[in-house]
Ligand binder design. Structure first.
Ligand code: SAH
Length: 366
């Protein structure tokens, strides 16, 4: 399959229904010489019934279906491959975009929820040295529809009983796939509108169950607080001190720990939501007791929750996950300061689908 080794041309895709609000879809239909209510009908099929098989759209004339499909429903995501693990409850999908860029999404089924981890960019420009995506750099931003269609594909897989555990729905979305969501701000917000607005505008997933995870692009965190949506915010902190964070999360050279946390507290007070602090536990790098205490002092008394992520291995890095004993000590110190802390159950490691492992390696596979 030499097709897969083509280099991306790095161009944005054609416009798609999911780039547009319902109002814009109506205008588009009118521009195409169709009645505006066709927008409503096609949207009910697309977002309500999750049906992209237009032969079942019996409420519309064939000619109109063809006009709309041609103008507004280009196929944006082509499945390159899917990898399942956890007895079929975790599925990673590698998607090829129209310009041959590759991105990945991961669907994870738990007893009480179904979470989709989606990508907002092809590659990532943030260059965190422990993250596989960061190593290859940024290819390009995804369009709103390219972001959203990952969710729709997952919702469709759940509806069609393709995931172990039976038919179901996606309940949670996390922007923890490839890319820095706040570096592609406007398109990510548009995609979130499609995710949270009810049918026929979008999928109707609760905004409270949508998590935006960021390295800490401070001005964009303030913007996010103004969006009027109760989204969850996760900050990838990984170190409590600027000296270490400058090396682990290079954007820290621009926005310091204190500025990132001030923005996070502003977010939590404005939106009235607890903020998550993500902390990848890297053996002998950021997992010492003194750093746990430093972290605790920064967070004490705030509406916050700490998620410790055992470092997932990535190619070419010598870093590894913390010893269990150090991890335990870290937890104890945070708990001593009454800071809620959990250790993330890292799903999908064996299929390179866990945090920081998404690299769309298939470019090199024949
Ligand atoms: N760019 C965003 C979202 C993508 S990464 C961000 O940085 O928040 C999602 C989470 O996985 C981030 O907290 C990220 O720092 C973390 N992560 C990256 N590489 C990892 C690795 N090798 N092991 C564990 N977590 C990792």
């Amino acid at each position: 399959m030499s097709e897969l080794s083509l280099t991306p041309k790095k161009s944005m895709p054609p416009v798609h229904l999911s780039d547009l609000s319902l109002k814009e879809r109506k205008l588009k239909c009118e521009e195409l010489g169709l009645p505006g209510f066709r927008a409503d009908q096609v949207s009910r099929h697309w977002y309500g019934h999750l049906s992209n098989d237009n032969t079942s759209w019996t409420d519309m004339s064939r000619a109109d279906i063809e006009t709309i499909s041609e103008a507004l429903l280009p196929q944006l995501l082509r499945e390159v491959r899917t990898l399942d693990c956890d007895g079929g409850m975790t599925r990673k999908t590698v998607w090829r975009l129209h310009d041959n860029s590759l991105v990945e999404s991961v669907l994870m089924r738990y007893t009480d929820r179904v979470t989709m981890c989606i990508s907002s960019q092809a590659g990532c420009g943030m260059a965190c040295p422990f993250c596989a995506t960061g190593q290859a750099g940024l290819t390009r931003n995804l369009s709103a529809a390219e972001i959203f269609e990952q969710v729709r594909a997952g919702a469709q897989a759940m509806k069609h009983d393709e995931i172990a555990g039976g038919e179901g729905r996606i309940s949670n979305i996390v922007f923890m796939g490839m890319g820095e969501p706040l570096a592609n701000y406007n398109r990510v917000i548009t995609a979130i509108h499609r995710i949270v607005k009810p049918v026929p505008e979008g999928l109707g997933i609760s905004a409270r169950n949508v998590t935006v995870s960021t390295v800490g692009l401070v001005p964009r965190i303030y913007d996010l607080a103004k969006e009027g949506m109760p989204l969850r915010l996760a900050i990838s902190l990984h170190a409590p001190d600027d000296e270490l964070r400058d090396t682990l999360v290079p954007i820290n050279l621009q926005y310091k720990v204190s500025e990132v946390l001030d923005a996070a507290w502003h977010y939590s007070e404005t939106v009235k939501r607890r903020v998550s602090i993500e902390y990848a536990m890297i053996r002998d790098v950021n997992d010492q007791a003194f750093r746990a205490e430093m972290l605790a002092r920064l967070l004490v008394g705030k509406d916050v929750h700490v998620n410790l992520i055992p470092l997932n291995p990535t190619e070419g890095s010598d870093w590894t996950a913390s010893r269990k004993s150090d991890e335990q000590k870290f937890v104890e110190i945070l708990e001593r300061f009454n800071i809620p802390v959990t250790i993330r159950d890292t799903r999908g490691r064996e299929i390179d689908g866990a945090c920081g492992q998404l690299a769309a390696k298939e470019v090199n596979v024949q």
